[in-house]
Write a protein that binds this ligand. Structure first.
Ligand code: SAH
Length: 391
């Protein structure tokens, strides 16, 4: 088995509990194979942990276990069962959710999402990639899915020197899968939809928004229209905007599936649309803003902040008194405090009093591991514009 020795700086980092070790924090690398399981040791040879080794990524080691136990089929079966049990507790009102969320579930860089009987896997590092066959076998044995797609068409795999690819690894997946979320049904295309087919991380926020949004509602960056569908059950009229033609086609199909005829779908750039609505003097009682990650790296946080500010400022202007803004950021690199800061600026510039109704995050099937800050990325705030003139 390969062996990694930590530097003293690496040791103090690792003892804090973080599940990754960077290459710079290693003093010695012996017999470690790309994607193999290695031991991590102190300089004096004392065992610390076992994990996956990567010979390409800056993240050289990903923690699997702090014990000297065999990392075999039975071990991984236990980890996957533990993940599934957690979902039984944490997930309700849906048959579409994340079953395994990588490091948070102790299965580094493995993602497993289920859409009813159709499952999707992603392996995002050399170690998980090497174990793909074993993981797929275990999913088949434990859950008997009708199909499993391997959706490894992700750019992060480049950092590991792994190819981007997509393939069926079990059964046959239909062109689309119908699933449910609370009282709505929707169609997913796990083969070519965004992410693994849907933004499962927003599920609980959508259900909550559906209970709160009333009157005239805007769903900006609507993708498959899921916020819009939930809102449309109680709201008078919903406008759903996205720039992607395929997304809007799916969203329209989803509206038909739910017999909802009070949603208008528009293909537009949301930045232009919001500007136009302010100019036209239109107003809304509820707005959902769920843009893609603007801060993809630490380097472009400032530009991202400008983008989020522009959107939120306009959305706040567009709200009627008493109206609700549901605003999200899925950029890991934008911290919650920075997001709150920029929203504060928007409120000031729009001369509006806004209350935080709820501070939310990603759904519980994407559990945040306390010792792994990278597992927490989605921020979602429910804000209400004061229903009387501002102070
Ligand atoms: N709210 C959705 C997820 C939104 S993902 C849900 O809960 O399922 C972000 C969406 O923004 C994508 O569908 C993408 O097509 C769209 N998008 C990205 N940039 C855009 C822009 N400038 N204007 C309009 N839509 C955009």
């Amino acid at each position: 088995m390969g062996l990694l020795t930590l530097t003293s700086k690496g040791l103090s980092w690792f003892l804090k509990g973080h599940p990754w070790v960077f290459r710079d924090d290693l003093e010695k690398i012996q017999d470690a194979q790309a994607g193999g399981i290695v031991s991590l040791e102190r300089r004096n040879g004392q065992f610390l942990a076992q994990g996956f080794y990567s010979d390409r990524s800056k993240i050289a080691f990903r923690l699997i276990s702090r014990n000297r136990e065999p990392i075999d089929r039975a071990f991984w079966k236990g980890r996957i069962q533990r993940a599934a049990q957690f979902r039984q507790l944490a997930v309700e009102k849906t048959n579409a959710y994340r079953v395994v969320y990588g490091e948070s579930d102790g299965v580094p860089s493995l993602i497993v999402d289920r859409y009813g009987e159709h499952w999707v896997m992603q392996t995002l590092s050399q170690g998980a990639d090497r174990a793909t066959g074993l993981f797929a076998d275990l999913l088949a044995e434990l859950f008997q899915p009708s199909s499993i797609i391997l959706r490894n068409d992700l750019a992060v795999r480049d950092l590991e020197g792994l190819p981007q690819e997509k393939k069926m690894i079990l059964g046959d997946s239909p062109e689309w899968v119908e699933v449910f979320e609370g009282d709505i049904r929707y169609r997913v295309d796990p083969w070519s939809g965004q992410k693994t087919g849907a933004y499962l991380d927003q599920r609980e926020n959508r259900l909550r928004a559906g209970r709160l949004l009333r009157g005239k509602v805007l769903d900006a960056f609507c993708y498959q229209g899921l916020f819009a569908l939930h809102a449309a059950r109680s709201a008078a009229q919903v406008t759903a905007v996205d720039s992607s033609l395929e997304a809007l086609e799916q969203a329209k199909e989803n509206a038909r599936l739910n017999d909802l005829s009070n949603i208008e779908f528009l293909r537009e750039n949301v930045f232009d649309f919001l500007k136009g609505e302010v100019e036209r003097g239109n107003r809304y009682d509820g707005i959902n803003l769920d843009p893609p990650a603007f801060a993809k790296s630490r380097g472009n946080v400032d530009a991202a902040v400008r983008g989020y500010k522009e959107l939120n400022q306009r959305a706040i202007r567009l709200l009627n008194p008493g109206g609700i803004l549901v605003t999200s950021s899925c950029s890991y690199n934008l911290s919650e405090s920075r997001f709150l800061d920029l929203l504060r600026d928007c409120a000031r510039d729009a001369k509006a009093d806004l209350w935080i109704m709820e501070k939310r995050g990603q759904s519980a099937d994407h559990p945040v591991l306390l010792t792994f800050p990278e597992s927490s990325y989605l921020k979602c705030l429910f804000l209400q514009k004061a229903p009387f003139p501002p102070s």
